[in-house]
Design a binder for this molecule. Structure first.
Ligand SMILES: [Zn+2]
Length: 210
C-alpha cells in the first residue's frame, strides 16, 4: 500500500516534470476563452475499487481534449487537493483519467470546494463503499465536467508511482459541484491525507484560460 508519509522513498525514474504543482495566477498571462475540453459521450462509473489510499472507480465515456479524442478510464479522489492555486488547497480533488489511442494520458482534475449540502453522486460512492470490497456502481457523472471549462493546462506526471511523465493536466473547477465537511471527514477517516507533495515547476509553461 502506498505510504504518503514516506513519499521521498517512492521510486522515481523521472524527476524533472512532475506533478502536482502550485500555480500563482499573478505570474501568468490569461488567455481568453475556454479550455478545449468537451465531453462527447457521458461518463459513467462502473465499479468501485478500494486500493487502500483512495476509492477508484472504473468508467466509460469519451471527450475531445485540444482536438484529440480520449477515452475516459477511471476516476479517483485526493484529499486535500494536490494542486495549489494561489496558496489555496481545496478539500477534494477528483482525477478523471483519460487515454487516447496512442496511449497518451490526460488527467482532468476537478478542484472541489466546500459546500453546505452533501454532494449527491459522491454520497452514493460513500454509501456504496465497504472496506476491501469492490462493488459495482452505476453513476452518470455528467455534472462533474464543467460546461464552460476554464482553468489551467500543463504537462506533468502521474502523482503516484510509477510517477510517469508526459501526462497532460487540465485543472478545472465547477461552482455547481461542491462537497460537505461531513463527506470530506468521512474520506479522511478512511484514507487519511493522500496528497503528494508539491513538485518544482522547472521552467514549465502553464496555460491559463479564464
Ligand atoms: Zn490522482
Amino acid at each position: 500500500m502506498l505510504d504518503y508519509n514516506q513519499q521521498d522513498k517512492w521510486p522515481n525514474g523521472f524527476g524533472e516534470l512532475q506533478s502536482p504543482i502550485k500555480i500563482d495566477t499573478s505570474k501568468l498571462s490569461a488567455k481568453r476563452g475556454q479550455l478545449n475540453y468537451h465531453v462527447l459521450e457521458d461518463y459513467r462509473l462502473k465499479q468501485e475499487i478500494d486500493d487502500g489510499t483512495t476509492i477508484r472507480l472504473t468508467g466509460s465515456g469519451s471527450a475531445e481534449i485540444f482536438g484529440r479524442n480520449f477515452e475516459f478510464q477511471q476516476a479517483h479522489f485526493h484529499s486535500p487537493s494536490e494542486h495549489v492555486i494561489n496558496g489555496r488547497r481545496c478539500p477534494l480533488e477528483i482525477h478523471m483519467v483519460h487515454k487516447n489511442v496512442i496511449g497518451q494520458l490526460c488527467v482532468v482534475a476537478l478542484l472541489v470546494e466546500h459546500g453546505e449540502t452533501p454532494n449527491a453522486p459522491f454520497q452514493k460512492i460513500i454509501d456504496n463503499y465497504e472496506k476491501g470490497e469492490t462493488e459495482p456502481v452505476d453513476l452518470n457523472i455528467k455534472d462533474w465536467a464543467p460546461w464552460y471549462p476554464v482553468g489551467f493546462h500543463y504537462l506533468g506526471s502521474l502523482t503516484t508511482p510509477p510517477l510517469t511523465e508526459g501526462v497532460e493536466w487540465l485543472l478545472v473547477s465547477n461552482p455547481d459541484f461542491t462537497v460537505s465537511d461531513d463527506q470530506v471527514e468521512w474520506f479522511r477517516k478512511h484514507f487519511g491525507k493522500d496528497d503528494r507533495k508539491l513538485q518544482p515547476l522547472n521552467g514549465r509553461s502553464i496555460e491559463f484560460y479564464k
